[in-house]
Design a protein around this ligand. Structure first.
Ligand SMILES: [Zn+2]
Length: 443
């Protein structure tokens, strides 16, 4: 997601550019997202973590000190930013471990050395502080972003091994995602193995987990919240499996073209919304008096952007907007020991995608004329069907946000750019477990 996607969704819902829930958060900055693969593309194959030149990964003089439209579109920027970008595995590894790595690696050192697994922030905070840990995604639970927090693998594509590690070794208190194998016809075990699925449905994990899955005609929001309530009352963990086997996601929300009266519909009530899945996670995790760590993603925004599908992008970004608001409301509830002095929320994107640009300011409820990936009236343009190296926005609220300022421009003097690995350090410091970065930047 880039800032143009955020603006487009805010205009559709509210008629203004920055009215989404996360736009109201008090801390805002820009973040570079490059990985080792990007770096090697520009450096001729060299990456030495003891001598990093940040400009080799992202050069503000080429890409801009601020993302467009907060800053100008520099000549040549489009080609530069489209040339090579991170994937979601290495991007999530930066957040979860503080290390840069190669495309495709989940919490694993670059170069795929044996024994290269890295402890993730979820594992570290569980070990050191007794935190409950969880992941939520609207794409498969074994997909790159959740997987990089609760598994370790040289390849993001090893879905069955990733699922087995999550269920049998890491065992997070919360796993809620898509990737259901058998809902709409003959089961296809893309994202979870038949063995693990049968273990879940057959009760193999029932001493530890309350299992809830998509079912025909059953409201997924109601069922996932009921399962969370059951997990709380029985002192168990929760595993929720939804979505569609073919596409792998929770079916995307669908905004309607209704100028003046924005309306976003759910394709089916058999999946929870992103907000409902996140609230179910919070209900379970917040039972732990030691505290908790949650990574929750609306992963379908990325898929909508790969497809250059503006309508679907607005629907999925609206889903994110609702989810962030639900988290804020949850923290604001009185009497549960959670408040803005002991809770930190970060909202960001793991990378940009699609080089989308709003060419016309659309009014609330108004969608562009869209024919597949084409926009005949030119209200929006797309420059790519892939990830881009554009800066993304970072929004935050809560404990210790004033401490973020020291990271601004540390790798990029004269800017307010943070590096994505610095989010790991920000989160660890906020939890009272500060660790030094292993990455050394050369002046
Ligand atoms: Zn993607």
């Amino acid at each position: 997601m880039n800032i143009e996607h955020e603006i487009a969704t805010s205009r559709y819902l509210f008629g203004n550019d920055f009215d989404l829930s996360f736009h109201q958060l008090p801390y805002r900055a820009n973040m570079a997202t490059w990985d080792v693969t990007t770096y090697k593309y520009w450096s001729g194959g060299v990456y030495d973590f003891n001598a990093i030149d940040p400009n080799m990964g992202y050069d503000p003089s080429k890409g801009g000190k601020r993302p467009y439209p907060l800053g100008p579109e520099l000549p040549g920027a489009e080609d530069y930013l489209k040339a090579k970008a991170t994937d979601s595995a290495s991007a999530a590894t930066a957040w979860s471990t503080g290390y840069k790595t190669d495309d495709g690696n989940l919490a694993w050192l670059p170069g795929d050395p044996d024994g290269g697994a890295l402890k993730t922030i979820a594992e570290l905070l569980r070990e050191r502080k007794g935190y409950a840990i969880g992941v939520v995604s609207t794409v498969p639970f074994t997909h790159a972003t959740p997987a990089a927090f609760v598994s370790h693998n040289k390849s993001r594509n090893n879905y069955h091994a990733i699922g087995a590690e999550i269920l049998n070794e890491v065992k997070p208190e919360v796993v809620i995602g898509a990737g259901h194998p058998g809902y709409d016809g003959t089961p296809t075990f893309n994202y979870i193995s038949a063995d693990e699925y049968n273990n879940l449905t057959g009760g193999f994990y029932s001493d530890e987990y309350v299992f809830v899955e998509r079912a025909s005609g059953v409201d997924g929001g109601v069922s996932v919240l009921a399962a969370a309530q059951q997990a709380v009352s029985e002192g168990k963990k929760i595993f929720g499996l939804f979505g569609l086997e073919r596409a792998g996601n929770f079916e995307s929300l669908e905004p309607q073209d209704m100028p003046g009266t924005p309306l976003v519909l759910q394709a089916t009530r058999e999946n929870p919304t992103y907000a409902e899945a996140t609230l179910a996670a919070l209900k379970v995790l917040s039972q732990d008096p030691d505290g908790f760590f949650l990574m929750t993603e609306q992963g379908d925004i990325d898929w909508a952007n790969h497809a250059n599908d503006f309508k679907r992008m607005v629907g999925t970004t609206k889903d994110l907007h609702d989810g962030v608001q639900a988290v804020i409301d949850f923290v604001n509830q009185p009497g549960d020991g959670m408040d803005w002095d002991n809770t930190l929320i970060l909202v960001t994107a793991d990378h940009s995608n699609s080089y989308m640009r709003n060419q016309v300011k659309m009014e609330a409820g108004n969608l562009p004329l869209q024919d597949g990936m084409e926009y005949p009236d030119g209200e929006v343009t797309y420059g790519s069907t892939n990830h881009t190296n554009e800066l993304v926005r970072l929004y935050a609220v809560g404990a210790d946000t004033t401490k973020f300022i020291k990271y601004e421009g540390r790798w990029y003097p004269g800017t307010r750019i943070l590096d994505n690995t610095q989010l790991f350090h920000i989160m660890m410091e906020a939890a009272g477990e500060a660790v030094e970065s292993q990455l050394n930047v050369v002046p």
